[in-house]
Design a protein around this ligand. Sequence first.
Ligand code: AMP
Length: 191
Amino acid sequence: MKGKMNLIVMGPQGVGKGAQSDDLAGIYGIPHISTGEIFRKNIAEKTELGKKVSSYIEKGELVPDEVTSAMVFDRLSQPDARKGWILDGYPRNARQSEALDEWLSKHGERLDAVILLEADADTIARRIQKRIREEGRSDDNPDAIAERLAIYARETKPLIDYYSQKGLLRRVNAEGSVPKVTAAMREAIEK
Ligand code: AMP
């Protein structure tokens, strides 16, 4: 891989964004930046940010855009992000994608690709069940899952068109094993 690689990984909850982003980040040697993970770490460590965001996350609601975008841009400015990054879970609505566009142009950077992971409803339901058993996330309860699904449909899905119109969208079938899907992601990015 030459130069910088700035990627977004999109897709519904449970499709495998976290596992795939981790795998790809290891291969490209760039950080996997998951907004959900950063929030959960702050909640576990009881930081000011954690206290501010925990009630939103438990209910499956979006954390306010200003809080989320400020946190993301701070993270993108860290030294390890100079070679690029994989954003997982951001942007999640139009205001966030506009904020990211502004940040990119202000810093003379651009997106290389937006990968949309797609899988059957059955596969996704199975993966969410597996996560519930293995991770015990406080927002993996029926009410919060339903809220996240509604927000995805209403606020995040329109970004698919937004990035498609910019010629950045790459649809990738996320049905197979992690390495198999990673290979498909690489092909979509590098072709
Ligand atoms: P995730 O791990 O991506 O499923 O995110 C878990 C939770 O963190 C979400 O349900 C939101 O409450 C919050 N969150 C993560 N990313 C964002 C974002 N880009 N904007 C607002 N809230 C977010």
